[in-house]
Design a protein around this ligand. Sequence first.
Ligand code: NAP
Ligand code: GDD
Length: 327
Amino acid sequence: MANDKPRALITGLTGQDGSYLAELLLEQGYDVYGVVRRSSTETYDRINHFKEKISFVQADLTDQVSMIDAIDEVRPSEVYNLAAQSFVPTSWKQPILTGDVTALGATRVLESIRVVDKKIKFYQASSSEMFGKVQEVPQTETTSFYPRSPYGVAKAYAHWITVNYRESYDMFACSGILFNHESPRRGLEFVTRKVTDGVARIKLGVAKELRLGNLDAQRDWGYALDYVRAMWLMLQQDTADDYVISSSEMHTVREMCEIAFARVDLDMNDHVVVDERFYRPAEVQELLGDCSKAKKNLGWEPKVSFKALIEMMVDADMDRVKAEIRT
Ligand code: NAP
Ligand code: GDD
């Protein structure tokens, strides 16, 4: 009997969002395939607990033929392009690589779909970092982009090439303009996770201080698991479109630290040291999204509040650091 389950291919499977999206799609009854790139060590920490339920395809966003082969082999009904060099400070140190993976990588995936089967639906992981030096507050789908990092510039290119393939080839190609989203699976270099990991280490006596950069930067932070649901919903609509996905609340890095330290009865002022090494050549000072369109058209809204999110991350890091200390 033919397998009539929907089939999804995810690039960036091993990242924060890829891991949550894969779990969501499995729950929805999909056959899930994930692109992984060759590495001397496996980076499967986020997917180890369900990896026998998914299939792996080896490819790299910098290699066109490997992407065509992956899509031809899997023949998915939906492709989610989540792979990227996604850490903003690295994009100043490696701007060419960032452009190759984060910008041209999206074109390579779109080209692969165009060549193999134009009916495959496509999701692009666009970013609020494209708004950069914001041109209006709050930001919507029609707010002009003013990116402030090589990463933001690369994402703006990837965003517009997605729109262009939709309009040029009548492909079902969507961009989700996602504002910052976090979880216990967030990479340790991003500020929320750096703080929650640092708080756990200080509380458990294995660190004394936490060195951070700009505490006045403001972000619109949400929970990653809520945000991957929006990605899936975008590809279930009758027409392809672009959507802002945000919590529509803005908080400073300082407020985020206060919540994290208070969770374990500590005062951030006793432990946080501002270190100019973490300042950026050009900063994005404030991001605030307006996700009314997603609420109206997708019926989407975030479920986890900012405070609950940061507390969940502190609790998870307390458990992890305690286990590390025991071993
Ligand atoms: P992440 O944790 O940094 O994951 C990035 C993924 O991309 C990893 O699986 C990585 O694989 C993969 N990758 C990197 N270079 C690759 C290449 N050349 N070929 C194939 N795969 C490659 O990122 P995330 O937080 O899950 O974010 C997912 C996507 O959403 C990214 O495109 C990011 O830019 C975008 N985004 C994120 C946010 C956010 O707040 N999280 C907001 C807006 C947009 P390895 O494991 O092998 O390194
Ligand atoms: N990483 C980091 N480390 N950021 C710090 C620190 C620090 O020690 N101290 C202050 N910050 C400030 C940064 O200057 C920035 O203004 C803010 O905290 C958030 O930084 P990140 O958590 O690194 O995230 P980001 O906003 O630069 O980028 C993330 O969100 C984008 C969506 O807006 C990434 O996930 C991108 O991939 C994503 O597109």
